[in-house]
Design a binder for this molecule. Sequence first.
Ligand code: SAH
Ligand code: SF4
Length: 347
Amino acid sequence: MAVNLLDFDLEGLAAYCESLGEKRFRAVQLYRWIHQKGESDFEKMSDLAKSLRGKLAGAAEVRGLPLISEHRSADGTIKWLFDVGGGNAVESVYIPEEDRGTLCVSSQAGCAVGCRFCSTGHQGFSRNLTSGEIVAQLWFAEHRLRGADGERVIDNVVMMGMGEPLQNYAALVPALKTMLDDHAYGLSRRRVTVSTSGMVAMIDRLREDCPVALAVSLHAPNDELRNELVPLNRKDGIAALLAACVRYLDKAPRDFVTFEYCMLEGVNDTPELARELVKLVKGRVPCKLNLIPFNPFPASGLKRSSRERVMAFAKVLQDAGIVTTIRKTRGDDIDAACGQLAGEVQD
Ligand code: SAH
Ligand code: SF4
């Protein structure tokens, strides 16, 4: 199959151009055509040397993901379903806000972590996406939505779609680099967020290779409960996870980690657990808490915490001086809310 140029960060593209006997600076031109202009037809890349266009024609392509469907929510949220072959599909969600646009990107078809409250987790794992398939989601969305003024639409990317990004590390890093590169999307490091269920060794690697904003899906203040909700907690445990978060902050673009906490009625939403959470993090990990009302799906057997429960939980944290937000549910009329991304997975 032809080489997919979406797989490369700028370094990779420069090495590829060199392998074709072309100067490295040509890669910058090519990279800009692809990511800034959204062009996939080499013949239309008018200032690109004819010789390079000729060499690319047979060997390479800019291969986006085939679109299966597009759904638009009443609140402006858009969900796209992409075909990744073999009966698998992944989803991306665009979330417009007053002052910015966020794209929620998938990293895997399915997920092997198997969190109890997550519909992707219930499907099992099918395969890792390639760097090109991760970047293709942004490439598509940005150029689909960009108007005639050419102004950037997406200024925020969250790796919170399907999959555990740190279990697909080798593909993740070049994709992040393309999101950040000024010759491509030029996103600020503070506005690219990797969300992880907490793989300690990989958090340390990300800190060295490509420190972006970090969100950790905590969901419980003690190992007993977290082992039940997030099975991979059994490997490292919460103490090691928090230590990795603190190490990460030396190099991170923000001075806090975001802890996500999915509010499940009668499971992890009591005031006692909120107090335990305060003890766990206060004065130890600079953090913000983001409470996510659980988005139910049939097979989970779990329920969303009531508004009162969520508010009471938030109050305990806030009274202890921990910045706490409650995530607004967006796009639930099109099943695009957190944890509802199911795509289609052949396990
Ligand atoms: N695998 C990564 C990123 C994808 S999930 C992770 O777990 O962090 C993105 C966020 O959605 C996570 O915080 C996850 O815990 C949350 N989530 C999963 N299922 C959910 C559900 N049914 N309702 C609300 N949030 C959910
Ligand atoms: Fe995987 Fe994240 Fe879902 Fe857990 S919450 S199963 S890690 S996608």
